[in-house]
Design a protein around this ligand. Structure first.
Ligand code: MF3
Ligand code: CO
Length: 249
C-alpha cells in the first residue's frame, strides 16, 4: 500500500530534507585527501545528533553507521572504516537517511577527491541527468515505471549501465515504503502516481557492465568488472503542481 501524506507530513519531510541538504554542504569540506570514511561518518553522526535527526541506517538490519560511503567501484552500501583513507582521484558517494518529527528524507551525493578522471566526471554528470529525468516524471497521473524508463533512457543513451539489484522506494514515516521504483523498465506500468506520494529516487550507474556483487561483509556492493559506479539520490514529494525535491536547498 502506498501511503498518501497530508500537508503536515510533507512539511515535516521538507524540514528533514533541508536539514540533510545542509549537512551535505558541510560535507564538501570534509571530503579531502587523508580523511578516513569513518571520520566522515563521525561528522555525519555528530550533525544528526546536534540537529535532533534520527539515523535510519544505524540499527537497520544490524548496520552500525549513520551513513553508507561508497568509493569508486563500490556502487552502494560501502561501510565506513578507519582503514579507508581518501586519496586524490577517488570518487566518493555518501548516502544518509534520517528522520525528524517522525518523517524521513533520504539523500546521496557523489564527491570528488581533488582532480578525478574525465570518466568519473562524465559518469556523475549522466547519473545526475538520469535522476532529473526520473524526477520530471513524478507527476500526478503518470505511472511509477515512467520514472524507471526515463532514468534508463538517459543512462543507456550515454553508453553506461543501470544497476538492477537495487532500486528507489517510497518514503515517509519509514525509510523504505511502497512502491519499489526500479531504475529501468518499460513506461506505463505500475501504480498511478498521485498527489501526496513521496519517493526516494536513486539511480545507480556503472561505467562498464551493470552486474554487482555483495562482499562478505554483507553490505559493500561492488561492480563485478571493477568499473566505476555512481549513485545520486533525492527525496521527492508529489504535489498537485508536480514534483518537489526536498533534499536540495
Ligand atoms: N539510504 C539507503 C537507501 O537509499 C539505505 C541505507 S542502507 C542501510 O535505501 F543499510 F545503511 F541502512
Ligand atoms: Co534510498
Amino acid at each position: 500500500m502506498i501511503v498518501i501524506k497530508d500537508i503536515s507530513a510533507f512539511e515535516s519531510m521538507r524540514i528533514t530534507g533541508q536539514l540533510l541538504a545542509q549537512l551535505f554542504v558541510e560535507l564538501e569540506r570534509s571530503v579531502v585527501p587523508g580523511v578516513t570514511t569513518l571520520d566522515i561518518d563521525a561528522h555525519i553522526d555528530r550533525y544528526l545528533s546536534a540537529h535532533g535527526l534520527v539515523s535510519q541506517s544505524k540499527g537497520y538490519m544490524g548496520y552500525k553507521h549513520a551513513s553508507c560511503i561508497s568509493l569508486n567501484d563500490v556502487v552502494v552500501h560501502g561501510v565506513p572504516s578507519s582503514s579507508q583513507k581518501l586519496v586524490v582521484g577517488d570518487m566518493v558517494t555518501i548516502d544518509v537517511c534520517a528522520q525528524f518529527r517522525g518523517y524521513c528524507a533520504d539523500m546521496a551525493r557523489c564527491f570528488f577527491v581533488g582532480e578525478v578522471s574525465s570518466e568519473a566526471k562524465k559518469l556523475v554528470e549522466v547519473t545526475q541527468c538520469s535522476l532529473d529525468a526520473g524526477i520530471a516524471q513524478a507527476v500526478p497521473g503518470a505511472r511509477i515505471s515512467d520514472i524507471s524508463a526515463a532514468i534508463q533512457k538517459v543512462v543507456e543513451s550515454a553508453g553506461f549501465g543501470v544497476v538492477r539489484d537495487f532500486a528507489g522506494h517510497g518514503i515517509g514515516r519509514k525509510m523504505h515504503e511502497a512502491p519499489e521504483i526500479l531504475n529501468y523498465g518499460k513506461p506505463g506500468r505500475g501504480p498511478v502516481i498521485r498527489e501526496g506520494m513521496a519517493f526516494a529516487l536513486e539511480p545507480m550507474v556503472t561505467f562498464g557492465k551493470y552486474d554487482v556483487y555483495v562482499e562478505r561483509d554483507g553490505w559493500t556492493a561492488r561492480t563485478v568488472d571493477k568499473s566505476l559506479a555512481a549513485h545520486i539520490e533525492d527525496t521527492v514529494i508529489v504535489t498537485a503542481h508536480g514534483p518537489q525535491v526536498i533534499t536540495r536547498l
